[in-house]
Design a protein around this ligand. Structure first.
Ligand code: IPM
Ligand code: MG
Length: 364
């Protein structure tokens, strides 16, 4: 199979972790006889530096032409005071919208080897295995009106939480579809005791549930959900949320997994006739400028995103399983980066990537 993949390293540790993810892709291509066609483009702060635009038109063209896109991270401290439309993050938000990747899948698993890396008690975290399905192209991130106006005592700011019925239906269907293939439990998150937007969300999710009678649906208010995630994470199978709630809750999920560096994500759009999904794959972590360029960052979020890409955009389930198994092997070997607090000397970003690639090639 020919795999046409666009790599967007972005900013900070994005460059380092995508380099390791590419190593892993190359090992998969070699072992399973696929042809890799990789292209690179600019996104985020790196793109602003070179072109003045966080999402240059060339990046859009390449992303639309690729079978799948792998993104590292965006964001640089020098843009902290810049308005939202001049920031690196705007590049990523524009890309998500352009690709139409409305369902962001963020699996959270407590790996046995990392159980001591979580600040929570082992008996609470052990066995955690959930997937957060975050709506990604609507809600407060994109709703209008938005902006800051006026000055002095008259200064004001507005953002709008906006969803249409079809936007809720399509992301709910992805979540139910996944639940059907897992433990058949779906928890929908909202704030329907306060927000009309959430009332529509809940009503539509209940309607969509009728198409999936074998999935058990329940609802949690987002504040309670934040609490249940740390009190009883094992109760969750699939968690369905709107955009901002999912952004917040998925960082909380990182605590369960031991480190935010562990979390992969897959952002899926429409399904093509072949059954493959249009996909943008990105680790959940940010650009971590404080450790950028030091070969310290955990590449497992990016490498796990490669596994998701192989599965969802290429239908290569055996290859995806091989990547996941190699990751688990390396975790068990204890050769992990500093964020996972290994007993001995921490491994570097490149060492972790190479170890996984070697295992996939069949060596040890
Ligand atoms: C994420 C990030 C992004 C988001 C930022 C970088 C725009 O926090 O993917 O969770 O808020 O969606
Ligand atoms: Mg986030």
């Amino acid at each position: 199979m020919q795999l046409n993949i666009l790599i967007l390293p972005g900013d900070g540790i994005g460059t380092e972790v995508t380099r390791e993810a590419v190593k892993v892709l190359e090992s998969v291509a070699e072992r399973y006889g696929h042809t890799l066609k990789l292209d690179h483009a600019l996104l985020g702060g790196a793109a602003i530096h070179q072109t003045g635009n966080p999402l240059p038109p060339e990046t859009v063209t390449k992303a639309l032409a690729a079978d799948a896109t792998l993104m590292g991270a965006v964001g640089l401290p020098e843009f902290d005071a810049a308005p939202p439309d001049k920031r690196p993050e705007r590049g990523l938000l524009g890309l998500r919208k352009t690709l139409g990747v409305f369902a962001n899948l963020r699996p959270v698993r407590a790996y046995a080897a990392l159980i001591d890396s979580s600040p929570l008690k082992n008996h609470l975290v052990s066995g955690t295995d959930m997937i957060i399905v975050r709506e990604l192209t609507g809600g407060l991130y994109y709703g209008t009106p938005r902006g800051i106006s006026g000055s002095g005592a008259e200064e004001q700011a507005v953002n709008t939480m906006f969803y249409t019925r079809p936007e809720i239906e399509r992301v709910a269907r992805v979540a139910f579809y996944l639940a059907q293939r897992r433990r058949k439990r779906l928890t929908s998150v909202d704030k329907s005791n306060v927000l009309e937007n959430s009332q529509l969300w809940r009503r539509v999710v209940i309607e969509v549930a009728k198409e999936f009678p074998d999935v058990e649906l329940d609802h949690l208010l987002v504040d309670n959900c934040a609490m249940q995630l740390v009190l009883n994470p094992r109760r969750f199978d699939v968690l369905l949320t709107e955009n901002l709630f999912g952004d917040i809750l998925s960082d909380e999920g990182a605590v369960l997994a031991g480190s935010i560096g562990m979390l992969p994500s897959a952002s899926l759009g429409d399904r093509r006739p072949s059954g493959a999904w249009t996909g943008l794959y990105e680790p959940v972590h940010g650009s971590a400028p404080d450790i950028a360029g030091q070969n310290k960052a955990n590449p497992l979020g990016a490498i796990g995103s490669v596994a998701a890409m192989l599965e969802y955009s290429f239908g290569l389930t055996e290859e995806a399983a091989a990547v996941n198994a190699a990751m688990e092997d390396v975790l068990n070997s204890g050769r992990v980066t500093a964020d996972l607090k290994p007993a001995g000397v921490p491994a570097t970003t490149a060492e972790v990537g190479s170890a996984i690639a070697e295992r996939i090639r069949g060596g040890k």
